[in-house]
Design a protein. Structure first.
Length: 405
């Protein structure tokens, strides 16, 4: 059984807080730059949904004199945050037809929308509008384009654009630019390129931040390169960058994946003693690891602890617990967890059903497995290949070949 650390136990008995995770870097960058541009004391128009945005935008278009371009850009920014990318592009075209000149920030938002719509050709064509309008692309513009290539796993293009950006010398990359490229390399599993880029940041006068290190540490942990991740962790602290819940959660996931329970306990104890409290992600990792080791009773204690501390378990937490019960053949307990998830509304997904179906099939309760399968249709869930393979295997082993066919 995983030993209880004093500081962790103390947290479970006292704290109710949860840390706030990092916001999206590009959104923060846009918001910061727009705030700097908005030198006027006009109140920024607030929109809650696309219908409201269109109404406000139409009112602005009919105002005389027309509001400044920055006011229209604020609407586009908020719509982009709401992920209405096509609407943003359409409204920008209306602005152009009425002679409302786009600025650097407007065009950067348009590039961002094309990137999220997987239309990199159009995104690059917007870059040409900068030069036609006598505007100079800034760091946010290039970072947005790099992010677009990263979204499409076009890392060669992302790296090429980064090199051009650095080579020209007119627009130096900032920490968001570096972090965007580092994230891309990590997603592709190219940890060596990510480490190399991390080392080059200070050469370019740009200090790595917590996001830089968290990204690389998490990637190493997912690839079971835990020793390298711990070395980066030490390096980060040496540089004066304080770890957060994301850092520790990645490391705990890494050591749990390779069965290093003492190290997981040490890290958990260390983070809580520093006032960094586990979140739903951290707890879910512990529940999953305990269940895979057959320690379902201990996993259930962790789930109960989460609820007591007002940290709501999510679908991943409950699925791990249900899987733990299934592995032990405790199907009544597994079904109770499943029913609890159903009662919470939209928490049940195909993976949850597959876990329960598999548990019933392994326990030779094929009738119960078929019932769960039938319930999926009622819940509007579409069975996948795993669902069918599991049921076919179960029917075959039960000698019910006709139903398998």
């Amino acid at each position: 059984m995983m030993p209880r650390a004093t500081c962790y136990y103390s947290y479970c008995c006292s704290t109710r807080g949860m840390p706030v995770l990092h916001s999206t870097p590009l959104v923060a960058l846009f918001h910061s730059q727009l705030s700097n541009q908005n030198k006027s004391r006009q109140t920024q128009p607030r929109v809650s949904n696309v219908e409201h945005a269109l109404k406000v935008f139409d009112e602005m278009l009919h105002s005389r004199p027309l509001p400044a371009a920055i006011r229209f850009t604020q609407i586009l920014t908020q719509l982009a945050r709401l992920k209405h990318y096509s609407v943003v592009i359409s409204l920008n075209r209306e602005m152009s037809l009425l002679g409302i000149a786009s600025n650097v920030y407007t065009l950067t938002i348009i590039i961002n929308c094309y990137c999220h719509l997987n239309q990199m050709g159009y995104a690059l064509s917007v870059l040409g509008q900068f030069f036609k309008s006598g505007l100079q692309p800034d760091v946010a513009t290039f970072t947005t384009l790099i992010h677009g290539f990263v979204l499409q796993n076009r890392m060669a293009d992302a790296a090429r654009l980064f090199s051009k950006m650095v080579g020209r010398g007119h627009c130096q990359p900032n920490v968001v630019t570096f972090n965007t490229l580092i994230k891309g390399f990590c997603v592709m599993g190219n940890n060596s390129a990510a480490i190399q880029l991390l080392g080059k940041m200070e050469e370019r006068g740009c200090k790595p931040d917590i996001v830089s290190y968290n990204t690389v540490i998490d990637s190493h942990c997912k690839d079971t390169l835990v020793d390298e991740a711990l070395n980066l962790f030490t390096e980060m602290i040496t540089r004066g960058i304080a770890p957060d819940v994301v850092t520790y959660t990645s490391l705990i996931q890494g050591v749990c994946n390779i069965g290093q329970w003492k190290e997981a306990t040490r890290l958990l104890n260390e983070m809580v003693c520093q006032g960094i409290f586990p979140n739903v992600c951290t707890f879910s990792i512990l529940v999953d690891a305990l269940c895979k080791e057959g320690m379902v009773a201990e996993a259930k204690i962790v789930v109960d602890m989460m609820i007591q501390r007002h940290i709501e378990p999510d679908a991943i937490t409950y699925s791990s617990l249900m899987d733990g019960y299934c592995l032990r053949g405790e199907m009544d307990e597994a079904k109770q967890v499943f029913d609890l998830m159903v009662s919470k509304g939209s928490m049940v997904n195909v993976r949850c059903c597959n876990i329960l179906i598999n548990g019933y099939c392994k326990g030779k309760k094929i009738h119960e497995a078929k019932k769960v399968f039938d319930e999926m249709h009622i819940m509007g869930l579409v069975p996948n290949t795993i669902t069918y393979n599991t049921l076919i295997d179960g029917f075959c082993k039960a000698g019910r070949l006709q139903e398998a066919e």
